[in-house]
Design a protein around this ligand. Structure first.
Ligand code: SAJ
Length: 413
């Protein structure tokens, strides 16, 4: 079977490689020439645990191209960004992918959309564009199969997690199910396209709202003089309570964006957008703690440890670090950045010792495991302040080295 995967990003590439490793002939298509060249020279455009080994298993059945050709299956895994001004989904990449597939679509082909989209997009936008090929939906198969893998564990989760497959009709759902069964060990649950689109958005919105609740608890704990981390761990002893972790904000290409896709056409909902606002306010809140700690210091310098959107990944998409840096610079703080996972960032990235040297305050924004073991005695700071927005440091150790330690939600603001 020949499969054409459009979009070789964090989801498309691992999916393409898994399909190839399980016996399909896969053409991976990406508009970026650099990604195509990189893969055809045996290199991978990003890091993800296990992907190098998977590439070795897949490479004889995988080739990267700029344009698609005829295939049995087309799988769309292109980005669906959010227009920051309007908070409305930008479906231009999905539309372009559908248009390029239309040029090659034949009767009996299966088209799968993995990209996250607002409910109804398959019927209203994608299928009509595919039908411009002259082949109608009665003569090709279509399913929405939203991905569920978490960056940092993408390959394991793509294989082990359960999946939702929403087909246009019975035949579409069954054929898409058979394809995913070639590499998915988890359960496959079948539904229609619109429900599958809705379920995916509910999943990420649920996580966003729960993180917002944890962030709200952190702010309330500060007002009440309570340590939120201790309080959460005690509350979570209740058999039906499971509060998530507060933090400096929600980043990544999914959770910070998908809730807006769910509500973009709604006139009825409040909680989802309020949660988004709470999470988007967290960089300001961490800056508020910073300001409180550094009052009176002349020409203050802040060292940010961790500009990735979360721990142990090098992805900075929608990272709360961007907003924190912009707000801090606007207030006159000089910023240094250190992140051992991130390859490219608009702000220069420095080694840890250089970023800390002469600085007034370290702000931990990403919970990389390697930060847990930092030896504070080796850091040559101008003043010894540290703000742990993720609660990952050994605070006793830092205090014993003369550091004033503030933890997000520690009750001291
Ligand atoms: N975060 C917190 N507190 C927490 C958990 C997370 O502040 O307790 C922050 C993280 O630091 C990060 C953001 O939230 O900035 C999102 O991180 P995440 O690890 O919760 O999720 P993602 O964006 O890496 O992946 C999510 C996953 N969705 C769910 O868990 C419902 C993943 O399964 C999806 O496949 C992925 O979105 C996606 O592509 O949609």
């Amino acid at each position: 079977m020949k499969i054409c995967v459009l979009g070789l990003g964090y989801i498309g590439l691992p999916t393409a490689l898994l399909l190839a490793a399980h016996g399909s002939d896969v053409v991976g298509v990406d508009v970026k020439q650099s990604v195509v060249d990189c893969l055809n020279h045996g290199k991978l455009p990003f890091k993800e645990p296990g992907i190098e080994d998977l590439y070795q298993q897949a490479k004889d059945r995988f080739v990267a191209e700029r344009e698609p050709g005829a295939a049995d299956v087309f799988l769309i895994a292109v980005p669906t960004p959010l227009d920051p001004a309007t908070k409305v989904s930008d479906l231009s990449y999905v539309k372009r992918a559908a248009d390029t597939i239309a040029a090659h679509l034949r009767e009996g082909n299966l088209v799968i959309l993995e990209s996250t989209v607002p409910p109804g997009t398959s019927e209203r936008v994608v299928i009509p564009r595919l039908e411009k090929s002259g082949v109608t939906i009665r003569d090709f198969l279509y399913a929405h199969c939203p991905e569920r893998a978490i960056p940092g564990r993408t390959l394991k989760e793509m294989v082990c997690n359960s999946r939702i497959i929403g087909g246009y009709d019975r035949d579409s759902t069954d054929q898409a199910t058979s394809l995913y069964q070639t590499f998915v060990c988890g359960e496959i649950y079948q539904t229609d396209t619109r429900t599958a689109e809705f379920v995916k958005l509910m999943e990420n919105t649920c996580r966003d709202v729960n993180i917002a609740l944890a962030n709200e608890f952190a702010k309330l704990a500060d007002e009440c003089g309570v340590n939120v981390w201790e309080a959460i761990s005690l509350a979570n002893k209740h058999p039906r309570v499971s509060i998530l972790n507060p933090g400096p904000g929600v980043g990544g290409h999914c959770i910070a964006i998908d809730p807006w896709f769910l509500t973009e056409n709604s006139t009825r909902c409040r909680m989802v957008s309020t949660a988004r606002e709470v999470n988007d306010s967290m960089p300001n809140y961490v800056l508020h703690i910073t300001r409180d700690l550094l009052t009176g210091i002349k020409d203050p310098v802040i060292s940010i440890f961790g500009v990735a959107y979360k721990g142990n990944v090098g992805d900075t998409r929608e990272s709360p670090a961007f907003k924190f840096i912009q707000l801090a610079e606007n207030e006159g703080y000089a910023i240094r950045c250190h992140d051992p996972y991130v390859r490219e960032f608009p702000h220069p990235l420095m080694e840890m010792a250089d970023a800390a040297a002469g600085s007034n305050c370290i702000v931990i924004l990403a919970d990389h495991d390697c930060f847990r073991g930092i030896e504070p005695a080796g850091l040559r700071m101008r003043t010894k302040f540290v703000i742990d927005a993720r609660n990952i440091l050994d605070h006793e150790q830092w205090t014993s080295q003369g550091f004033a330690v503030r933890v997000l939600g520690d009750g001291s603001l």
